[in-house]
Design a protein around this ligand. Structure first.
Ligand code: ZN
Length: 657
């Protein structure tokens, strides 16, 4: 492990908290040290309050903050004196401890201090760093872990047996530290949990963390388990769209809400899922207990979601019966799936959540493999994991979880997503919490949104092979398909019937009609599996109810597409799939309407551009955003009982009305 300390960078972090912020971010930058909210840091500062009283304040990471992105607001200032008094108590419940921590803050809008705040306070050093370093938890979760830790560190660290985070752990550490620490002590190893380092300044504490973790890495290297063998496993070539969507449906049904299912078919994941000892190795439990909140205690092996749920209910019943307070069972659905064909699948209520689970489990796989090679992976027993999973504080966090966006856990596909109405649909659906797969022949589709829930695929919708490839990629990324927005289309130059070129007619029909038929056919098996019923929105045109001179190919193609959508509504209603059509008109903020075209059309009608744009009954302009918002809402609960409908969105057109 390499130190990332850089003096030029460090001096840019000024003020009393500057060095603390800088080295916290350095820890956060290395996923082998901390992952997604894991780990915490603190500094003890001497301050004078508004009345001139001298105070020692512990600035400790607030809960919910990631070290990688932390700033001054992320540190909770807590009065040290009170923390040290609390550490003397014989017992303190976790909710009472959190109450004490919150009431001792010196800033009213500070985040809730980390539950490890008292532990930070009792360590007699200005700077304290805590990580869940992969190498350290690998050794502590190995057979003979304690002996190995002593061999690595001798008495340079205080070794604390596993105690659940919170007040009891702080008290245990305080006692052991007072008895065992000396001038030689550089850190503290918490078995099955992680490691603390400390120092007089930010750099000393950080460098000690790096040095201590490096010693564990070197130990693993000396035992020839640090470098993992390069696997060569490959994914089967057959498309797995339907079977992945079937698995996602089963997990969603089990969870009681739609989920994103991300699939990872890299050689490492496939190789791990195909290990001969996978049924033993993967069912031990997580490498550090707080992973349980994201990953559940164990992954599902294979695809029998029902059996997993039954096992989970058993695990809950057994441990809840022994708990001191009544517990409410969380949903019994798996968050990690290991399957010899799929590799690693991870589950979340959003693409971001599924990605976090993947990050955590990819580190866990390496930890388990190394520990197995070292003599055996030994995680904490289920009761310790249950205690963290059903910890009062975690349950309270879940209860306070807030309202999820409307389409959380759902997946939409938008064609023609690189610009205009399609691009606006991507934005509207992402804003409602959906994961979105955008396809377009224009390469700009890949950059429509910088968001973990967006995937842009360059794809010619008239090429069935390219459509299949895009769908395969989308399903591997998100797991299924709930919404389909058929938007891609071409608008040829005006031409009267007698002059229409056969090839041009054919091109318009191919893009505006045939491509949509192909996509509907490919999508149907996936849409049928949508956990809450699928929705299709077809972007038609005002030309369907009110065709225009010179637009024969366009009007005919959109009319045929509308008819296709009506048949789809009839045929697929039994599968719970709703199909509705929008007929927009005069949406001028799209690619085809350049400034010049607009000006020319306005001149043709002897109108100003502004008058031309608002040439409708309501005298208002219709934008891509307006159409996209309506398309997104058509997929929502307000239209839950509407299918086969056609809705104009044109500001009111006399010929349509
Ligand atoms: Zn920890």
């Amino acid at each position: 492990m390499r130190s990332l300390w850089n003096d030029t960078e460090a001096v840019q972090f000024t003020g009393p908290l500057g060095p603390r912020i800088y080295s916290s971010r350095l820890l956060g930058r290395d996923p082998a040290l901390v992952l997604h909210g894991g780990g915490n840091t603190s500094v003890k500062l001497h301050e004078r309050d508004r009345l001139g009283h001298e105070l020692d304040i512990l600035y400790v990471k607030g809960s919910g903050w990631d070290l990688e992105a932390i700033d001054a607001d992320g540190f909770a200032p807590v009065r040290m004196a009170r923390l040290l008094q609390l550490a003397q108590l014989d017992a303190l419940s976790d909710p009472d401890m959190v109450n004490e921590l919150r009431t001792q803050l010196t800033r009213a809008d500070a985040p809730t201090p980390s539950v490890e705040a008292i532990l930070h306070a009792i360590l007699p050093h200005a700077y304290v760093d805590h990580s869940h370093a992969d190498a350290v938890i690998t050794v502590t979760n190995s057979h003979d872990g304690l002996a190995r830790i002593r061999e690595i560190y001798a008495d340079d660290v205080v070794v604390v047996p596993y105690v659940m985070p919170g007040f009891d752990l702080a008290r245990r550490c305080a006692r052991q530290f007072a008895a065992e620490a000396g001038p030689h002590t550089q850190g503290m190893v918490l078995m099955h949990h992680g490691i603390f380092s400390f120092g007089a300044d930010a750099r000393e504490s950080y460098e000690r963390m790096i040095a201590l973790v490096s010693r564990a890495e070197d130990y693993l290297d000396r035992h020839k388990v640090w470098s993992l063998p390069q696997p060569a496993a490959t994914a089967p070539a057959v498309p797995q769209r339907d079977s992945l969507a079937t698995l996602r449906r089963a997990i969603s049904d089990c969870a009681g809400f739609p989920v994103i299912l991300g699939t990872h078919q890299d050689a490492c994941s496939l190789d791990f899922a195909r290990r001969a000892d996978i049924a033993v190795l993967s069912q031990q439990g997580p490498a550090t207990p707080d992973h349980v909140i994201r990953t559940k205690r164990v992954p599902l092996l294979g695809r029998d979601v029902q059996a997993y749920a039954a096992d989970y209910a058993n695990y809950f019943a057994t441990h809840a019966a022994r708990a001191s307070a009544p517990k409410t069972m969380l949903d019994p659905a798996p968050r990690v799936v290991l399957d010899p064909e799929f590799g690693l699948c991870t589950v979340g209520r959003s693409a971001r959540e599924a990605a976090i689970v993947a990050d955590i489990y990819q580190h866990s796989m390496a930890i388990m493999q190394r520990a197995a090679a070292l003599g055996g992976y030994q995680a904490l027993p289920p009761d310790d994991i249950f205690a963290v999973e059903y910890w009062d504080l975690e349950q309270a966090k879940l209860r306070a979880g807030g309202k999820l966006p409307a389409y959380a856990g759902e997946i939409a596909l938008v064609t023609g997503a690189a610009s205009g109405i399609g691009r606006a649909c991507v934005v509207a659906l992402l804003a409602r919490g959906a994961a979105v797969l955008g396809v377009d022949i224009d390469a700009a589709v890949t950059t429509v949104a910088q968001h973990p829930a967006y995937s842009g695929q360059v794809c010619d919708v008239t090429d069935v092979q390219q459509l299949e490839t895009a769908l395969d990629a989308g399903i591997r990324r998100f797991g299924g398909l709930d919404m389909l927005i058929l938007n891609a289309g071409v608008f040829p130059a005006g031409c009267r019937i007698e002059s229409i070129d056969a090839a041009e007619w054919h091109r318009v029909m191919t893009v505006n009609l045939d491509a949509n038929l192909m996509l509907l056919r490919l999508a149907h098996p996936l849409l049928r599996l949508a956990p809450q019923g699928a929705r299709v929105v077809v972007i038609g045109s005002r030309n369907v109810p009110a065709p225009g001179i010179g637009a024969a190919a366009y009007s005919a193609s959109k009319a045929a597409l509308t008819q296709l959508a009506r048949i789809a509504a009839l045929e697929w209603g039994g599968d719970g799939i709703r199909v509705n059509t929008l007929h927009p008109d005069a949406v001028f903020d799209t690619g085809i309407w350049t400034e010049e075209v607009l000006a020319a059309r306005a001149r043709y009608y002897d109108l100003s551009v502004e008058e031309y744009k608002t040439r409708n009954v309501l005298k208002i302009e219709v934008t891509s955003h307006d159409v996209a918002e309506l398309a997104a809402e058509l997929c929502g609960p307000l239209f839950a009982k509407v299918t086969g409908a056609q809705l104009p969105i044109d500001g009111g057109n006399e010929r349509v009305i």
